[in-house]
Design a protein around this ligand. Sequence first.
Ligand SMILES: [Zn+2]
Length: 390
Amino acid sequence: MDACTAVGREIDKVLSKFTSYSEHASSTIASLRNNIESLQSEIDQVGSGDITETQAVILSQAIGRVKEAVTRLSTEHRDLHSSVSKVGKAIDKNFTADFGCISNDSVFSGEKQQLVNEVICQHFFREGLLDIAEEFISETGLELQEESREPFFELNRILTALKARDLGPALQWAEENREKLRSQNSSLEFKLHRLAYINLIKEGPLSVPQAIEYARIHFTPFVYQHEKVIQSLMGCLLYVKGGLENSPYADLLSPHQWSEICDVFTRDACALLGLSVDSSLAVCVNAGCTALPVLLNIKQVMQQRAVHNMWNTKEELPIEIDLGPSSRYHSIFACPILRQQSTESNPPMRLICGHVISRDALNKLTTSAKLKCPYCPVEQNPANALEIFF
Ligand SMILES: [Zn+2]
């Protein structure tokens, strides 16, 4: 953001210079033109004969003035160039143009390209950009099963309706998937009914009997799960006459309820379809943006110290980057002895004393079929160690 502000400042300077230059230039040109036009009309009045000596002097003075003004304007214009080039320098200074050195092209090559395309395509589907997704599929030649698109169409249709404050399609979907939603402990259906109820009481005192009827039918199955919320939804009826917006229940009318229901629907529907809540592409891009400054810094340090061979482990970054709790998905194990992350070929092994080290470390520490735990005095047979799966 600071980078954008810095460049923006330079652009503002250039724009203000351009404006003042253009004002100055047009006023100068206008006054010169007036001058010449009046001279011309004077000469025309004389007729076809030669111009007088005085007129010749005035004319040559005018020509001199024009030349001078043109020179001045072009000098001023040249000065503008330095301001414009300052913008370019500010961009170079504040933004890194060369990210090539911190990427590893082989990661995206071969059959992985297909996976990347699938992730991009899925993102378009999730975002409801169906026409872009179709275009992307035809351009990349991606082979996508019709069944894999279908759920997204439905999700988008329902979400679009929800955003337009139409609860119908979402309620129908929630009712159709009631059992599955219940098994994943979802409160989506109740929340949708709650909003439908709030919509009714918003209409004023006349709709109260209808709202009570609605509550009686639709809240009953949720009484045990959402007792407190239902109590407060009933309590708010007392204030409908005086206006809910001036009551302790004013938050029921907040537009936040609608953005929340969209989030709840996306989360629960994705879980039901076996999809992650966030688009994989968005997660990758966000993680990349967080990691980029750190990687650029380490690249600079590596260049300064002429260390080039530090970053050649294919699947691992040269340093650990904390992307925050929202980006933590899998537990990883780093061997406390070798200080290496475990891999499939070098998995974590649990010793009989309970301590865990990597298989490589276990092999290295084993002498004549015996292993002494590096953390406690227990001696054991390395064959008794068990592989741990996360
Ligand atoms: Zn031990």
